[in-house]
Design a protein around this ligand. Structure first.
Ligand code: SAH
Ligand code: SF4
Length: 470
């Protein structure tokens, strides 16, 4: 979500004469987009701002802006803590950033804008005809959240849930497809409740409309709250070819006692029932989840229920976090806090178990042919490196111009289930098929904990496949 917001802000600043630079030292303005989801993320913001303060001492004309969830949460307090900051803007002020920067340039003033709006803000951009370097990107379909899970800061820093109009979403995706984007990930804290409050279309209806967009090859979405996972959404996985066979369905805990304290509004049994139904409708769907360990009052028995649920579901990937107190969130005031040591130990135990299932799932794919959307070139050997605990954000893209030798090129892409696949260009394969943004069939030959390695089908194999079909 923050990546999407950062991209939107960067684009909007082009209207007032700024463009992105890859060098912090060369920048005339530095804009820090922040995350407040866990305390560690917040601490990182302040240590980074400290470093920017040192830069400003040497270059007083440098403009420094801080936005996002920490800015929304802390507001004016950021200026007190870091007096060299020029602009603090909250999560609802994104569309006003260019005009505020203009004011700062002309009046040398300092601005704090953390006003919360009741209507969703749309940033209008002129049509963009620049070719995108990546095959996939994000599109936000809704802001905020009304769920108030007791551990979570999102409703306090992102505000009430609001959905964007389908027409605006579709227009944005069409524009992106025209610049070369082939895969869209729709973003929202709970996409299942898309459009309900505003009486727009339902989320499955939105998916069906997006699937009609010519040139778009794949659709993904995140996040889906288990309490609202509807049968129509399950059926979309079966009926819409473009919808990738992957669902991120965060359970957070396997213990009913903890789920209740978290205010998640489903039980372990209801969650498992929905997973079973979904697998009945779409058997090859990949599943990932988020998990929190060490929520206040979590006993060893509760934690074991979580491990037990993981053994029942066998997730393809998992994002696991140690519980962290957040200001405003109700659980910050809950008793029976778990020690840091205990949280760390539980996290390690859980990750070790997940590693086993991820590898098991990946190994089961050896020998299969997977449709891979090519993302770009990857560093050689990236496949065997540990890069996180799940299937999001894996793989390391490198600049196309950095790779000198054709025979040494390793490409990277993703399966429909969102698994990273690295593959080299074989001599016999149809070289025309190898470029970013295309879907190509790759036979999986090796499996690692966090990625797969394969070989594109040769022309002979491809014609064999086509022959099989007719
Ligand atoms: N809307 C999504 C989650 C968004 S936040 C959902 O409901 O699933 C992403 C993840 O961060 C959450 O799923 C949760 O696992 C984790 N998280 C949120 N608040 C946290 C906290 N206070 N401590 C630890 N992990 C937290
Ligand atoms: Fe946070 Fe719960 Fe909303 Fe997700 S659904 S953003 S965890 S309050």
């Amino acid at each position: 979500m923050n990546v999407y917001d950062s991209e939107q802000i960067a684009r909007s600043l082009e209207s007032v004469g700024y463009r992105m630079t890859s060098s912090v030292k060369a920048a005339d303005m530095i804009l820090v987009n922040t995350c407040a989801i866990r305390e560690k993320a917040e601490q990182k913001v302040f240590s980074f701002l400290g470093r920017l303060g040192d830069m400003k001492k040497v270059r007083p004309e440098l403009i420094i802006a801080v936005g996002g969830c920490v800015a929304q949460q802390e507001g004016r307090k950021i200026l007190e803590r870091a007096p060299y900051i020029d602009l603090v803007f909250g999560t609802h002020a994104v569309s006003r950033v260019p005009e505020m920067i203009k004011r700062i340039e002309s009046e040398s003033c300092r601005i704090v804008d953390v006003e919360v709006s009741e209507i969703i803000s749309e940033i209008e951009f002129p049509a963009d005809d620049r070719k995108q370097e990546k095959s996939g990107t994000f599109v936000t379909i809704m802001q905020g959240c009304d769920n108030y899970c007791t551990y979570c800061v999102v409703p306090y820093v992102r505000g009430r849930e609001m959905s964007r109009n389908p027409e605006n979403i579709i227009r944005e995706i069409r524009n992106l497809v025209a610049t070369g984007v082939r895969e869209i990930t729709l973003l929202g804290q709970n996409v299942n409740s898309y459009g309900i409050k505003e009486e727009l279309c339902s989320f499955p209806e939105l998916l069906a409309q997006i699937a009609e967009i010519e040139g778009l090859l794949r659709i993904r979405f995140t996040t889906s709250h288990p309490k609202d996972l509807s049968e129509n959404l399950m059926l979309a996985f079966k009926n819409l070819d473009k919808l990738c066979r992957h669902i991120h369905l965060p359970v957070q805990s396997g213990s009913n006692r903890i789920l209740k304290k978290m205010n998640r509004k489903y039980t372990r049994e209801q969650y498992l029932e929905r997973i079973e139904k979904l697998r009945g409708i779409c058997p090859d769907i990949a599943m990932t989840s988020d998990m929190i360990v060490g929520f206040p009052g979590e006993t060893r028995a509760d934690f074991e229920e979580t491990l037990n649920l993981m053994k029942t579901v066998e997730y393809d990937g998992l994002f696991a976090f140690q519980y962290s107190d957040r200001p405003n969130a109700a659980a910050a005031r809950f008793p029976e806090k778990i020690s840091e040591k205990e949280k760390r130990e539980r996290l390690l135990e859980l990750l070790e178990l997940q590693e086993y299932f991820t590898l098991k799932k990946n190994k089961a794919m050896i020998g299969s042919v997977q449709e891979i959307l090519v993302d770009g070139m990857s560093k050689r050997g990236a496949g065997s490196r540990r890069q996180g605990t799940g299937s999001r954000g894996q793989g390391e893209s490198v600049n196309e111009n950095d790779v000198p030798n054709k025979n040494d090129v390793q490409w990277m892409g993703r399966t429909s289930g969102n698994k990273v696949v690295n593959f080299t260009q074989s001599d016999e394969c149809d070289t025309d098929t190898l470029f970013v943004g295309k879907v190509i069939p790759v036979r999986i030959e090796e499996a690692f904990s966090h990625s797969l390695r394969g070989k594109p089908l040769t022309i002979t194999e491809l014609s064999g496949l086509k022959g099989d079909k007719t």
